[in-house]
Design a protein around this ligand. Sequence first.
Ligand code: ZN
Length: 486
Amino acid sequence: MKIFIPTPLRAYTDKKDTVDVAAATVGDAFAQLTTLHPELRPQLFNIEGKLRSFVNVYLNDDDIRYLDQKEATHVSDSDTLTIIPSIAGGSASAVAELAELPTLSNDEIARYSRHLLLPEVGLEGQRKLKAARVLCVGTGGLGSPLALYLAAAGIGTLGLVDFDVVDASNLQRQIIHSTKDVGRPKIDSAEEKLKGLNPHMNIIKFETMLTSANALEIMKDFDVIADGTDNFQTRYLVNDACVLLGKPNAYGSIFRFEGQASVFGAKDGPCYRCLYPEPPPPGLVPSCAEGGVLGILPGLVGIIQATETIKLILGIGEPLIGRLLLVDALGMNFRTLKLRKNKDCPVCGTHPTVTELIDYDQFCGILPKVDEAPVAVKDGISQLSVEQLKQKLDAGERPFILDVREPHEFQIVNMGGYLLPLGEVVARLVELEEHREREIVIHCKTGRRSQDAAHILREAGFSNIHNLAGGIQAWAEKIDTSLPKY
Ligand code: ZN
């Protein structure tokens, strides 16, 4: 009969995956196996000669682990015995089997000595980390601490997905990038920093936006996906792709002073859609670029994601599967909520309706981007480009400039306009009466709030008004580059 040897135990059978024995009973078969390969004996049996409790034995397709007198069970030549050891911790230690784990060089042993001293990690755990392949989606606020700590911890292969370039406004929190990197692609800057931290690792760069067309192909060879993105389209895309591929997703998100973390997409655990079946309507939840974020917060949350990733690889502790961790940096409170898997979940439920990746822009209500040729009129409001405003000023025209941003934004940078925050325009309209007959150019940071203000003025009977398209950001970018951007 044939005995199938699992990968972890092949180290003791001269790498053989099957061993042929001629036996009448299961006990007999094991006796012959351990006679042929004596080193297997202590792996399979305890001192009393009993099969160890973490070893499963299948006779053909039947689990005979709990069978009394299993040793006496009769077998014939056509039967097969399969040995299946359980893996400690039971969680998604999706990395290669023990015998296939890479070895560590002396340099690596010295580098990881504080890990090797932990029995929960040890040499075997460190080899698992080296074998592991983790994909970081985004190298921004969350991706920075995530990738740095994973690199330091000895993750063997780190994939990085980003298409952005480093901007000065990133450096307040995206600590993987430096001042000298402004203008460089983020993945190049991240690679340099990570290689400097740990030259033993492999880095695979994907300088692209993650899309429905490429996500499965990019993600399929990684063991754990760490979602460090900043928009709902990509969050749902990463979630669905993880569920479809059966890969755990170390999730983290941040806004202003609050963060969330969880592990989605694990076997039997809930996914992001179980928690949030539908995205909020576009514009309801502002992005960090509009609403701001406390710089250290992504540090806090990204390190939680890194911790979960490492636990998943080592198969130790209790991962955040089925739990949502809420981080409140102002109150410095951490709360965990229980999450249930939704059996009606469209992607991970019992009857999934999402069986392939969809159009996530459409799902999140994002309208397809049209090439933004400068428009002269939008919703009945005249739109002025910054170039046109410059021409007017150069020609000696003196339109009344109305700035509808907040006072703290005005303090950062202004173009000498009259400050009247959007929220106060209605109540303080009287202040504009004396300029009613003048040409009025309204601006904010990017042109969105000023468009709303223009509507209010039009309702109030002002006729000669323009919205400054692109706002003061466009002005600072194209006309007066001495001005700061924020
Ligand atoms: Zn789900």
